[in-house]
Design a protein around this ligand. Structure first.
Ligand SMILES: Nc1ncnc2c1ncn2[C@@H]1O[C@H](COP(=O)(O)OP(=O)(O)OP(=O)(O)O)[C@@H](O)[C@H]1O
Ligand SMILES: [Mg+2]
Length: 237
């Protein structure tokens, strides 16, 4: 995968099976977000082949492509949360794909499905923030709103790009546990970029290490130690 003169990913051969929780680790610029972008379809690889849910996304158009994309849910590094919207609307955005246009429009006037939104926010320690403007929240609170949105989407493949980077250790554990349960609920998989090796080992079954766009490690989590990962990648907590 090249961006102009930069090779972001090279020779990556990776298969993620249902039921797996995969941590992607590596230094800044190693290609972690690019890898997730290739999986969620926001980045089209300049070479090579990608199959998501067994299908090549470039072979699909229109409704079929939207349906395939709906089976993958992302918590992006940039979060992509319109700040002027109230939390409830950003969380409900996760299920717009399953709502009619009329229901989606009406929900902006009178929020729909607030019981599910409230339950998701409660799991993430944000129960009292449902009607707050999103741009009034702290970075860690916004990160959890993005997690709540993917909870309501209920995808099979959950992609999370440093979903706990702004959270204290207890909340980081909560978020990773919730994302793992979400993937398991639909018999799917979790792929999470994590820069905290201990968190990766606690919540994932497999660790993939990237260095300058190449896979330099692909091992079961129980065969690794946090110290070994830290030293090897120069990743900092
Ligand atoms: N849209 C883009 N245009 C140009 N170059 C890009 C683009 N996206 C990523 N790159 C380059 O690709 C390389 C990998 O970037 P990527 O965002 O995947 O790294 P990362 O491992 O996620 O880093 P970080 O830990 O800082 O988030 C970097 O050298 C980056 O500059
Ligand atoms: Mg990144």
């Amino acid at each position: 995968m090249r961006f102009g003169g930069t090779t972001a990913l090279s020779g990556v051969d990776l298969a993620v099976a249902r039921g797996e929780r995969v941590a992607v680790v590596g230094a800044s610029g190693a290609g972690k977000s690019t890898l997730l972008g290739v999986l969620d379809g926001s980045v089209t690889p300049t070479a090579g082949e990608v199959r998501v849910h067994g299908v090549d996304p470039t072979s699909l158009r229109g409704r079929e492509l939207r349906r395939l994309r709906g089976r993958t849910g992302s918590v992006r590094q940039s979060l992509d949360l319109p700040g002027q919207l109230r939390v409830v609307h950003n969380v409900n955005a996760g299920r717009l794909g399953s709502w009619s246009a009329a229901r989606a429009a009406w929900s902006l006037v009178r929020p729909q499905g607030t019981a599910e939104v409230g339950a998701a926010l409660h799991r993430l320690g944000l129960a009292d923030r449902m009607y707050e403007r999103t741009d009034r929240l702290s970075g860690g609170q916004r990160q959890r709103v993005a997690v709540a949105r993917v909870l309501l989407q209920r995808p099979e493949l959950v992609l999370a790009d440093e979903p706990a980077s702004a959270l204290d250790p207890a909340l980081a554990d909560t978020v990773l546990a919730v994302l793992g349960e979400l993937a398991a609920e639909r018999g799917g998989a979790l792929v999470a970029c994590l820069h905290d090796p201990a968190l990766a080992l606690r919540h994932c079954d497999r660790v993939v290490g990237l260095d300058s766009g190449r896979v330099v490690l692909d091992a079961p989590a129980d065969s690794l130690t946090a110290t070994a990962l830290e030293r090897f990648y120069g990743v900092t907590r």
